[in-house]
Design a binder for this molecule. Sequence first.
Ligand code: SF4
Length: 363
Amino acid sequence: MPNQPNQDSFGIYLHIPYCPAKCRYCDFYAAPGSKAVPQGYQNALLRQLAANTRRPDTLYFGGGTPALLSPAQVAALIEAANPNPGAEITLEANPDVVSPERLAGFRAAGVNRISFGVQSASDAQLKRLGRTHTAATAAQALAAARAAGFDELCGDIMLALPGYTNAEFEDTLALLQGEGCTHISAYLLKVEPGTAFYRNPPPNLPDPDRAADFYLYAVERLAQAGYRQYEISNFCPPGHEGRHNLLYWNCQDYLGIGPAAHSCLGGQRRFWPSDTPAFISGQLTEEVEGVCNAEDYMILQLRLATGLDLAALQAGYGVTLSPRQLNWVVQCTQHGYATFDGRRLCLTPAGMIVQNAILAELI
Ligand code: SF4
């Protein structure tokens, strides 16, 4: 079960803040116009990895566009991270920055899980989003990854895009399923401050009710296609869950390295400020973010389909729900937003959409 973790599990996240171009919806910390990852950045990551003595069970290359790393750079970073045998090693990739040779190189370096930003099977939509690939490129990249020996193949997609329809979702699901994806992450488009979409909103954005309909349709269709929901935005056949992200949702230890990366170690949260030149020069220091408390635990556990175990909440944090909170839980179950068996509280897909409102009342 995903949320009955081995409490000793530990993960490392490496942030790669470089991208070929800036997508119009993206607010991640990454420099556009990049064709490769500078050696100085690689060296800065290696310095930080050398200071860590704990062997990870998961290693995640996120970004940005980590597939801009060369296979040799990836191999050196994996060696420096010194993962435990059987570790999950994930690399995020854009379909148009990989070739069969590079994919074979990543696989030979030790990467065993690859995650492609596919977003949509509509070329017009991809263009609107500022993506630099097409649906055909995405299908070719997934097929090439399979041929390179990746058994764990992930596709990220977006829902409720401008002018979105259930037919666009169906085409996108067919692409991912047809290419043998073992894991799908489906995110509702959010127009975030600082993005091109925020400055110039695209026409025909679905309103929140319509966006919720697209989400519920996706959850249902993904389940029918064999991709069971295990987290708000994550779906897979049993046994293909992303072990690294499960560390986050289960409040286990992870070390984040690189500008904008976050860590949580022993319940203490830290982050690196978003400043790549200072990180490369060794001038950047991590800042304290706070302590992971019972509220954080509740929020993160309720993201998972397996929900919040009240006995674990009490054992870990000494917290029990008050009669007022239990009354709210009952109301949520009566309205179809949650299930509760007296010990485990789980949000339904309808509850996950309004998770913030449920949590505001609960916490
Ligand atoms: S969505 Fe991904 S590829 Fe696009 S700019 Fe953001 S990090 Fe880069």
